[in-house]
Design a protein around this ligand. Structure first.
Ligand code: GCU
Length: 347
């Protein structure tokens, strides 16, 4: 945690999120404004760019938090893996040296395997169904608090992180046979490895930051992700075929150090928790980013194909869903919640 000098030094820039209480507007007056009481800046680690809705949501959370706590707390978002890859940073959040992190659902599986229910292919019928599940405190509350004792990690929110599809450098994918022999990067978890195996490819679990060069050097033939990662991480430069398998709507989570959360006064903690629905709304606003990503990817020569036999893939992965869900009652209940949401919000 970074404690700013008290009183806070003259503010030199109009940094988004930090100064909301001090600045009615960003302008010359900022040069001499003092914030007053000790202000704490939480570090929020993020592995993607400043255009991503999760980056914007983090900035907005910082701005609102400063407003609500009279400047006692705010947030600085560190994009592009500046603080390290998710698998490393989550350890820092666990020991409280980094306060917050956006993390992929697959990595949460290694701490509590029950998270895997939300990581299975074709499990959510629509982004709306996923949103209904992730915002249902009764359904997910226990899961989100399940790592507080063992890992000192609290999940503040689960959000939409795009619809994932397969892309590769060899050929368009239309059916499971087309996947044969293709080495496809997956997030580092058992469910993701099994998923690609069943879909017909050769899974290769790997950290996010290593994908580009692995594809460039031919270690990988491809990966699977949403259109925004495909373009923003420049994967479209080295893997031209993007095929709409629509196999995964896997959430990301906003994770916080339990230690730090408990160290806040009750009032400030409640202020933070009450802001979470607003943060989710910003993070979930994905469509404009997807549209611009497709345009940019096409401009560098990417080919999108939507003539995929999705049913063939769906059928292939059914054993994985049955096997994973039936492990225990917690997972069965979470899955029942997903099915109810799917009925309300079909594809
Ligand atoms: C998504 C997700 C990230 C995740 C990444 C990955 O883009 O938003 O949290 O790390 O995929 O594939 O590793």
């Amino acid at each position: 945690m970074r404690n700013l000098d008290k009183p806070m030094k003259a503010l030199k820039t109009c940094a988004a999120g930090v100064l909301a209480l001090a600045l009615a507007a960003c302008g010359g007056a900022a040069e001499t404004t003092e914030v007053g009481d000790a202000q704490v800046v939480f570090k929020l680690a993020f592995n993607q760019t400043e255009e991503h809705p999760q980056y914007l949501a983090g900035v907005e959370l910082g701005r609102l938090l400063a407003e609500e706590t009279d400047g006692r707390y705010t947030i600085e978002v560190y994009p592009n893996d500046q603080l390290g890859g998710q698998a490393d940073v989550v350890q820092n959040v666990s020991d409280g040296t980094v306060e917050m992190l956006w993390i992929g659902g697959a990595l949460m599986e290694s701490f509590n395997p029950d998270y895997s229910v939300f990581n299975l292919p074709y499990v959510f019928a629509s982004p709306q169904a996923q949103d209904a599940v992730l915002s249902d405190e009764k359904l997910v509350g226990e899961l989100f608090h399940s790592l507080e004792d063992s890992k000192r990690l609290t999940v503040l929110a689960g959000v939409f992180a795009g619809v994932r599809n397969i892309y590769n450098s060899r050929r368009p994918i239309r059916n499971p046979e087309d996947m044969s022999g293709l080495k496809i990067r997956v997030q580092q978890s058992e469910s993701q490895v099994q998923m690609i195996e069943l879909m017909g490819g050769v899974p290769s679990p790997m950290a996010f930051g290593e994908i580009y060069s692995a594809m460039q050097t031919g270690v990988l033939d491809g990966a699977e992700n949403n259109e925004t990662v495909f373009d923003a991480m420049k994967h479209d430069e080295v893997a031209h075929y993007y095929s709409y398998t629509r196999h995964l709507i896997i959430p990301d989570y906003l994770v916080m150090s339990t230690e730090v959360l408990e160290g806040m006064s009750e009032q400030d903690r409640n202020s933070l928790l009450e802001l979470i629905p607003q943060v989710r709304a910003v993070a979930n606003d994905f469509d404009p980013f997807v549209r611009s990503s497709i345009e940019k990817a096409e401009a560098v020569g990417a080919q999108f194909n939507d003539d995929v036999d999705v049913d063939a893939f769906r059928e292939r992965v059914q054993p994985l869903i049955q096997e994973s869900v039936n492990v225990n009652q917690v997972r069965q209940q979470l899955y029942a919640g997903v099915e109810a949401a799917n009925r309300k919000h079909p594809a």
